[in-house]
Design a binder for this molecule. Structure first.
Ligand code: SDX
Length: 429
């Protein structure tokens, strides 16, 4: 006997099937709801709506669990590389040695961008935000690489081009924005090392790779690699549902991530901590403001739509801050403020009652500062990390027979039928 739910309205009952996931989450299958009942559902922000079935990432917001293809993110952060984690998300299993080597070679072979793209970067106003540049340039990749994206081989080439070139474009936009010489990717450097070298190497001072810094970047990107149906992933899936090319769908994801409520929060956290620091370090004022309903201020890096406990990624990020600063013999006053802010907030009834805990963005900016990434590139770093997840989710949606063009319905609240009024009869304001 299938699991069913019954909806009764004005004496009439309707039965709908229940879907149960591998971790026992349950959903009411409303595929036939409107045809059978005339009803639609109403759920602004989709907090209670499952948009798809997915086997990529599992989150338990109450227990603070995050797994990529079943593997806890803590294990991947400790034992895996970003390249290997990207392969796991996109292909569904960890690569063999041969598969990983082939993947590395493809990434290396595709890490250069077309020289004509440099003129694009050179013509953005210098104050342009790197996320706007990245979104535009990823979309522009389609013009340079108009390959078909139908066969497995064609899709793999596009996927590899995106993963390989996004680093190069991010570093190129940074160098050009500073009027510095562009540094090209090197075949002898691994994924993360290459990015750091392209960002910080100069003809005058060669960049010295420090293994703890490389590892911190690797773990940063592993922690950001996927997060089931978040805002930007939903943007990628929705835009992709129109069967546009992958570059355009990813460009939409980058734009969605840019917002301060989403991936832009890592930059907003540092700006908030800096404001507290410059104002004398009174972090309690920030907590008071965050609780004031008349104040639009929010404690950036706190709260989450799914996690109602500590974000498992924030725990790892916080530990990484301490280790990295110690290794580099650095002190960052913003870390001290962040820790005190967290301590006060987590004891405050408002934050406890609202289940507000640090999320991935609360400590991630401190790690990026220690690596030397400029603040306005923090969300670009998030985007590079999230790219494998977006790609995996896009591929899964393209292969899902149930996935159709995304077109939600609405509850109309506007005027009932009325008629055109000639200008002469309109009341002057
Ligand atoms: C990311 O979805 C993902 O998985 C995203 C992400 C990923 O990996 O893809 O995890 C990455 O985007 C993390 C979130 C980064 N954003 C921030 O840190 C911005 C600050 N956080 C908030 O704006 C908020 O918590 C959100 C946007 C993260 C979640 O918003 P929701 O789920 O829509 O919750 P809400 O805005 O409806 O808030 C519920 C209540 C409200 O109070 P009441 O009106 O019910 O009394 O909680 C309050 C809010 O005022 N609240 C906060 C708060 N976050 C929520 N109050 C003060 N400070 C905050 N940070």
């Amino acid at each position: 006997m299938d699991d069913l739910v019954t909806i009764t309205y004005k004496g009439k009952s309707y039965q709908l099937p229940v879907i149960i996931g591998t971790e026992n989450e349950r959903a009411v299958d409303i595929l036939r709801l409107r045809n059978e009942t005339g009803f639609i559902t109403y759920d602004p922000g989709f907090a209670n709506t499952g948009a798809c079935k997915s086997s990529i990432t599992y989150m338990d917001g109450e227990k603070g669990i995050l797994r990529y293809r079943g593997i806890p993110v803590e294990e991947l952060a400790e034992k895996s590389s970003f390249k290997e984690t990207a392969y796991l998300l996109i292909n569904g299993q960890l690569p063999t040695e041969t598969e990983l080597r082939k993947f590395s070679i493809m990434l290396n072979d595709n890490s250069l961008v077309h020289e004509d793209m440099k003129t694009f970067f050179q013509n953005f106003p210098r104050a342009s935000h790197p996320m706007g540049i990245l979104s535009a340039m990823v979309n522009a990749l389609r013009s340079f690489y108009p390959e078909l994206q139908t066969s497995e081989e064609e899709i793999n080439l596009t996927v590899t081009r995106l993963l390989a070139k996004v680093r190069t474009m991010a570093a190129m936009s940074y160098k050009i924005s500073r009027g510095h010489t562009v540094v090209y990717p090197r075949p002898d450097l691994a994924y993360c090392e290459n990015f750091l070298n392209m960002m910080f190497n100069t003809p005058v001072t060669p960049y010295v790779l420090v293994k703890e810094v490389v590892r911190a970047l690797e773990v940063f990107w592993i922690l950001h690699a996927d997060h089931e149906q978040n805002c930007s992933t939903t943007a990628v899936r929705v835009v992709g549902s129109g069967r546009v090319n992958l570059y355009a769908a990813i460009s939409a994801g980058i734009s969605a991530l840019w917002g301060p409520l989403h991936g832009g929060a890592n930059q907003a956290v540092i700006e908030m901590l800096n404001e507290i620091y410059r104002g004398g370090g009174d972090y309690r004022k920030a907590v008071t403001r965050a609780k004031d309903k008349n104040d639009p201020f929010r404690l950036m890096g706190f709260g989450h739509r799914v996690y109602k406990t500590y974000d498992p990624r924030a725990k790892i990020m916080k530990r990484m801050c301490d280790n990295l600063l110690k290794t580099l013999n650095l002190k960052d006053p913003l870390l001290d403020i962040a820790k005190e802010l967290e301590e006060v907030a987590l004891k405050d009834a408002y934050f406890i009652d609202h289940n507000l805990y640090p999320n991935v963005d609360f400590y991630s900016g401190i790690v990026l500062r220690a690596i030397g990434i400029p603040t306005n590139m923090f969300t670009v770093m998030f985007a590079i990390g999230r790219l494998p997840g977006w790609i995996a989710q896009w591929k899964e949606s393209m292969d899902d027979p149930a996935w159709r063009i995304s077109r939600p319905r609405q509850i109309y609240t506007g005027p009932t039928e009325t008629h055109y009024v000639p200008m002469s009869e309109r009341q002057t304001a």
